[in-house]
Design a protein around this ligand. Structure first.
Ligand code: IPM
Ligand code: MG
Length: 358
């Protein structure tokens, strides 16, 4: 029996609802599989803790997480605290010290879900976006001086390091090579950002030499939004900076039908620390407590977690269960135009895992 220690951090808003659903599904999978078990520890880190104790997580929180095999994360952010405080106080305070530098965001049109693009079918849109997750525009460098005065100044510095760019490029080329089309698109903005992004392009060319079997091309981020919309079938694996990929992955999620199904993995590929899995969507206070949050993004993220820790069969089984359930519009939550609740979708997935031969 393989035993894994999983840290669960539901966070804020609908994070609690979707992680609750995700843990129920993971339990069912372990039960059905019989070959592994998950020992889950829940952490109450998030905005309520901040209001109570003055910080979203303990100072040594990231160190505490090192003892786990994986982290399942919900969402962070509340209407009455500034977003930069909650983001830096929790999610980035985990990703950055644990060196989860490759943020992987698969996008597909799942069965039963309609893309808002007319004529685009399942086979036209099957992407994986690799987001640089440790530096770039999210480096945290910069500052603010002369507050409130006419000459007030505020800077946010984009930081690109050779190590940081090379490792994410290498990860993206390897991932592209593992997929049938062996096709990588490198997103850049080296026309306007003439230092960091120019180095980004140069390093891409150097790394490409080690992957002669991968076909690759380069595109400016603005033109990329057009290509994703007009010619989605020309794309497969995509690599972009922290901010560019943040924006492109929301577009990708919308083109695939809903942000409510979009998953992500914050990976430490060398496995020197645990990786973290989370839905891309936020804490969605507008629908909190209504029981209608789409749990599919969390289930898909949980499947990525199982794959990463080595439980490949359970990962595939979960994905098949997700696709069986999304194929039935009765199990679509309001973000997909349906009326199903979080519990109904979760129960349906559990039922498929228990009773179908998948
Ligand atoms: C994401 C999110 C976060 C980000 C938010 C919640 C700060 O949009 O994971 O894509 O910008 O990184
Ligand atoms: Mg985002």
């Amino acid at each position: 029996m393989n035993r894994y220690k999983v840290a669960s951090i539901p966070g804020d808003g609908i994070g609690l609802e979707v992680i609750g659903a995700g843990l129920r599904v993971l339990d069912t999978l372990a039960e059905r599989d019989g070959g592994f078990s998950l020992d889950v520890t829940s952490f109450d880190w998030g905005s309520d803790r901040y209001k109570r104790e003055g910080s979203l997580m303990p100072v040594d929180g990231a160190e505490e997480l090192r003892g786990f095999d994986a982290i399942l994360f919900g969402a962070v952010g509340v209407p009455d605290l500034p977003d930069h405080l909650t983001l830096w106080g929790l999610r980035l305070s985990i990703c950055q010290p644990l060196d989860q530098y490759a943020n992987v965001r698969p996008t597909r049109i799942l069965p039963g879900i309609k893309s808002p693009l007319s004529g685009v079918t399942v086979k036209d849109l099957d992407w994986v976006i690799v987001r640089e997750n440790s530096e770039g525009e999210y480096s945290g460098q910069g500052g603010r001086s002369h507050r409130g005065q006419p000459h007030e100044i505020a800077t946010d510095l984009s930081v690109f390091t050779r190590v940081g760019v090379e490792r994410v490029m290498r990860y993206a080329f390897k991932l592209a090579r593992s997929r049938p089309r062996k096709l990588l698109t490198i997103v850049t903005k080296s026309n306007a950002q003439r230092h960091g992004m120019v180095m980004w392009d140069e390093i891409a060319i150097e790394v490409a030499e080690d992957f002669p079997d991968v076909t690759w091309d380069k595109i400016l981020v603005d033109a990329m939004t057009v290509r994703m919309t007009i010619k989605p079938e020309t794309l497969d694996t995509i690599v972009a900076t922290n901010l560019h990929a943040d924006i492109l992955s929301d577009l990708a999620a919308a083109l695939a039908g809903s942000i409510g199904v979009a998953p992500t993995a914050n990976l430490n590929p060398e496995r020197t620390a645990p990786s973290m899995f989370e839905p891309i969507h936020g804490s969605a206070f507008d629908i909190m407590g209504k029981g209608i949050a789409n749990p599919v993004a969390t289930f898909w993220s949980a499947s990525m977690m199982l794959d990463h820790i080595g439980e490949k069969a359970a990962a595939v089984r979960l994905m098949e269960a997700i696709e069986t359930v999304t194929a039935n519009p009765n199990f679509h939550t309001p973000d997909l135009g349906g009326v199903a609740t979080t519990n109904e979708v979760t129960d349906a997935i559990i039922d498929v895992i228990r009773t179908r031969n998948i």
